[in-house]
Design a protein around this ligand. Sequence first.
Ligand SMILES: [Fe+2]
Length: 299
Amino acid sequence: MSQILQLGYLGFEVSSLDAWRGFAERTLGVSVGTELDGGGFTLRMDRYPQRFFIEPGPLDDASVIGWQVADLAALDAFAAKLPESTRGTPAECAKRKVSALLKFDDPSGVPTELFCGPELAAAPEPSPLLVSRFLADDVGLGHIVIGADDPKRSIAFYRDVLGFRLSDEIRCQYFGYDVDIAFFHVNRRHHSLAIGRRDRKRIHHFMLEVASMDDVGLCFDRALKSRVPISQTLGQHPNDRMFSFYAVTPSAFQFEFGYGGREVNDADWQPTTYDRISEWGHHPPIVFAPREPREGKRP
Ligand SMILES: [Fe+2]
């Protein structure tokens, strides 16, 4: 079976480009790349030309999910399995900076693209804020958790048609919510995609992983300083062992910023089901941002 290699890019349609530019540069620590025709811009974080497409619109949600495949033969093999798919035009490939792509909607209607041949830079884009680096490049930009209209149908599609491999599942109660999430890998990263039940938006969160614990703490500090609402405090998941926190993007979906994610080796991996979403932490915070320092008072 042809394989998907990694989560290549995410597109977000956002109601405030300015808020996203500031959030990307001052909180996440990624770099603005190209200014796009029609408004919007791309974001860079490693050797890949464009990891995010931030474009204007009212949706405030994911507008495209891009997955990399090995080559044109792999793309052709997927095209044969996806009768509704269409080929990207030369202009669409040029916008993505890839040699070829295939477009279709996933079972919940999420615009999805498979691509090959990204224009890689010779060296990773240095982050202006990180003391370490983003763990991306050959393991993908991170992960995305999506809410499906019919999770069973979406799970069958990603697993049986696109070839995603089950890592594990989590079923539990979390502060009054029924959590039922399936986690899938396409490379050694524990999961590049997780699927739960749809809530308000297509995307629940995306995750970026860094190479040092300090960078998680420093991003937490930047979020507090910039008054980015923390949605889940520092904590650790039982399945991918990620040390992370969650906060809210300017489009009101969440992002996760993590360190130390576990890797999967398909040779000996046994999917399991967990009855908790975190070993510790990941609580809704009581205190969000500190007050502005007042004259003569200690901040
Ligand atoms: Fe996550």
